[in-house]
Design a protein around this ligand. Structure first.
Ligand SMILES: *Cc1c(COP(=O)(O)O)cnc(C)c1O
Length: 360
């Protein structure tokens, strides 16, 4: 069996070139006589790998010098707690915009360390849109948003203006998918397993003046300062995941960087949204203006047909199209590494399914 089209939400598809390169370098990484998995994280050869990953990320996202890039563990879920532990140190209050399941988890964790205030929410309509009206509190230690809502299929198309209050963003499912003005943020975090590499590594991009504000009670491993001071080598980092992330970043740079992938991503998303806009068989539950470029949820006329669709799609070589258990229906995750051919093939399959199952 060859490669199928993998529409999984995460861990997700990786560029084939990256997997081939990793395979070729598996037994003997650049004449070291060993695999990246086997080498010391303090070795010269590994140092180059992690530094290369960082400089590629800096280049691709145009990260200013007054920001640190950290490679951490624990996933975005650990950042839900690490952010308040390290940044909720002024008034102890922060503003959260609640746009979905991941935002809610971030809010719950913040409650353990202070007072997260939900200044806007789209929960009234099943998180099918991005709230536009809110007032940021003068005394907030930070404002938190989820830039792309992986489960619900929405995204912020413009970034809230927060003035001198640091904006913190969970970009797990759309980092590097479109142009980002890093200097608009105080802190950006993202688990790698959607758009950046395998699971196991979490990227944090943090403005340097926000590092070191934590109280003395914060455990060493959960302080941003620990990792910033040690260039992410305070303890053993997720060495192999960082190596693969570096290969993904190299791949992205080779194909033209974020501008190029943004254009491709918009084309891919349009293929699906144009079809969804032209059929009354499948429906998109999401407010048109707020639709995600990365995660495209849709439903058929019935749950029974949803199940049949997922089953038949799987057989036809389209994997993991079942929607998240909390929302049902279907979801196509079309991250950077999903080739446009995959989306075209999916739309063709959807059209065929529609004609075969449409009631006359
Ligand atoms: C997947 C995801 C998470 C959770 O990431 P983990 O790395 O599994 O902790 C958090 N936020 C968003 C937006 C996600 O897509």
């Amino acid at each position: 069996m060859g490669r199928i089209y993998n529409f999984a939400a995460g861990p997700a598809v990786l560029p084939e070139q990256v997997l081939k390169k990793a395979a070729a370098e598996m037994l003997d990484y650049k004449g070291s006589g060993m695999s990246v998995m086997e080498m010391s994280h303090r070795s010269k050869v590994y140092e180059e790998i992690i530094q290369n990953a960082e400089s590629l990320l800096r280049k691709l996202m145009d990260i200013p010098d007054n920001y640190s890039v950290l490679f951490l563990q624990g996933g975005a879920s650990t950042q839900f707690a690490m952010v308040p532990m390290n940044l909720l140190t002024g008034s102890g209050k922060a503003d959260y915009i609640n746009t979905g399941s991941w935002s809610k988890k971030a809010i719950s964790e913040a409650k353990l360390f202070g007072v997260p205030r939900v200044i806007a929410s789209s929960e009234d309509k099943n998180f099918s849109y991005i709230p536009k009206e809110f007032t940021i509190s003068e005394d907030a230690d930070y404002v938190h948003i989820t830039t792309n809502n992986t489960i619900e299929g929405t995204r912020f198309t413009s970034i809230p203006e927060t003035g001198r209050i640091p904006l913190v963003a969970d970009m797990s499912s759309n980092i590097l998918s479109e142009k980002t003005n890093v200097s608009a943020y105080g802190l950006i975090y993202a688990g790698a397993q959607k758009n950046l590499g395998p699971s196991g590594v979490t990227i944090v991009i943090i403005r340097k003046d926000l590092i070191g504000k934590h109280s003395e009670k914060v455990p060493t491993m959960l302080r941003y300062s620990t990792h910033a001071e040690a260039d992410s080598l305070y303890n053993t980092p997720p060495c192999y995941s960082i190596y693969i992330a570096g290969l993904v970043l190299q791949w992205l740079d080779d194909i033209g960087g974020v501008d190029a992938i943004e254009a491709i991503n918009k084309d891919k998303a349009s293929l699906l949204y144009d079809y969804l806009g032209n059929t009354d068989f499948f429906k998109s539950p999401v407010n048109t203006a707020d639709r995600s470029l990365m995660n495209v949820p849709f439903v058929s006329p019935s749950e029974e047909l949803d199940a049949r669709f997922v089953r038949e799609a799987e057989k036809a070589g389209f994997s993991s199209l079942k929607g998240h258990r909390s929302v049902g229906g279907m979801r196509a995750s079309i991250y950077n590494a999903m080739p446009v051919e995959g989306v075209k093939a999916l739309v063709t399959f959807m059209k065929k399914f529609e004609s075969a199952n449409r009631k006359v």
